[in-house]
Design a protein around this ligand. Structure first.
Ligand code: FES
Ligand SMILES: [Fe+2]
Length: 377
């Protein structure tokens, strides 16, 4: 029986720090411990850029969406200047969310005492507060979070000191620009609530060791190579013919390839991780993303969006022809979801275990060490 008084003690991680073929995976408590999760929230998610969504989810002035990210309620809204603004979705009076779900509104009136905020976060009215000395509306705007965009995606950051999103993304454009994400449209978005740690999901997405077993009834074996990356992202590339986004039986019914693909993009499929928890699949005719919204050491919301070139989505028979793509994702993504939950079920922090990583898991090692670099100082 193992008892660990301080999961942030760096001496616990010496084996995980060794080179790949000598290293152990992260110990189980990294996936189960409240203390480790809290340290990840404070040192990773609150410090860096996180994925918000596609800009077309907020198409018009006043379009808004809300969600909770690592326990923090957030509101994103298209402001009158055309930009997406982000705020804590927490009334500056006594904290009630000022908006729920998603929709369109030019004002956000708190359901509790009706303090009302504009789309730029300003408090514009606070009924009944006129007799309160020194109360000024301008002192009580919604707390902003940083928002920036890349190729039709928007990201947010809590930390003013986080380097710009473009720095975070490093050389990702050299690999992925030719997909033309900003000329794509989201055609479907699906959510799942998993009893799994966010790292279990990310690690799974970035190794091909599991594909012949977990995906034996769908996509099967994948042979991937790690690509060169600078900045806060990692990439795998799989060389193959055709598209990766339909199962073999449907291969003959694929959409036209994206025009202008170059480099490795023209030769197969990229699987990318934008740290900490956004994944992209990019193949010859479409792309998809997977974003994670952790809410505890063993709770993660998984959201996947499908994207096609606007010209493809405009085809008159798109809805019919896209069905094999949705079938593929509806089969393969739940396979990954299930194995992440299964792994979580098997992890116990109470026994000392040791293991090793395979040659097919270099990025599991890289990701684990990236986390340790930030969490265990
Ligand atoms: S909590 Fe929002 S108006 Fe009181
Ligand atoms: Fe998988």
């Amino acid at each position: 029986m193992l008892t660990i008084s301080n999961v942030l003690d760096r001496s616990l991680y010496e084996a995980a720090r060794l080179p790949l073929l000598e290293a152990e995976p992260l110990p189980p408590w990294c996936y189960t411990s409240d203390d480790f999760y809290k340290a990840e929230v404070e040192n990773i998610f609150l410090k860096t850029w996180n994925f918000g969504g596609r800009v077309e989810m907020l198409p018009e002035t006043g379009s808004y969406m809300t969600f909770s990210f690592v326990g923090i309620p957030l509101l994103f809204v298209r402001d009158r200047d055309g930009k997406i603004k982000g705020f804590l979705n927490s009334c500056r009076h006594r904290g009630t969310p000022v908006a729920l779900g998603c929709g369109k509104s030019q004002m956000f009136s708190c359901p509790y005492h009706a303090w009302t905020f504009a789309t730029d976060g300003r408090l514009v009215s606070a009924p009944g507060m006129q007799d309160v000395p020194n109360f000024k509306l301008r002192d009580h705007a919604l707390i902003p979070v940083r928002v920036d965009t890349w190729k039709g995606f928007f990201f947010f950051a809590f930390d003013e000191k986080a380097p710009p999103l473009s720095t975070h993304l490093g050389n990702i454009g050299e690999h992925l620009d030719s997909y033309g994400f900003d000329d794509m449209v989201m055609t479907r978005r699906v959510e799942w609530d998993l009893k799994s740690n966010w790292k279990a999901y990310v690690e799974n997405a970035m190794e091909a060791y599991h594909t012949p077993t977990v995906h034996k009834d769908s996509i099967g074996l994948q042979v991937c190579n790690v690509v060169d990356s600078t900045g806060q992202w990692l990439g795998l590339h799989e060389e193959h013919d055709g598209t990766e986004a339909v199962l073999d039986d449907d291969a003959s019914r694929a959409f036209p390839f994206i025009k202008g693909l170059n480099g490795l993009a023209a030769k197969g499929t990229y699987f990318a991780l934008i740290y900490p928890s956004t994944m992209l699949g990019c193949t010859r005719d479409c792309a998809w993303w997977i974003e994670l919204q952790p809410s505890g050491p063993a709770r993660t919301k998984v959201i996947s969006g499908s994207m096609f070139p606007k010209s493809t989505a405009a085809l008159p028979d798109f809805e019919q022809r896209v069905q094999p793509y949705y079938r593929r994702w509806d089969k393969s993504l739940p396979e990954d979801n299930r194995v992440s939950e299964l792994q979580q079920e098997g992890l116990t922090p109470y026994f000392k275990t040791s293991s090793r990583l395979s040659t097919l898991e270099p990025l599991v090692h890289t990701i684990g060490n990236w986390v340790l670099d930030r969490v265990v100082k």
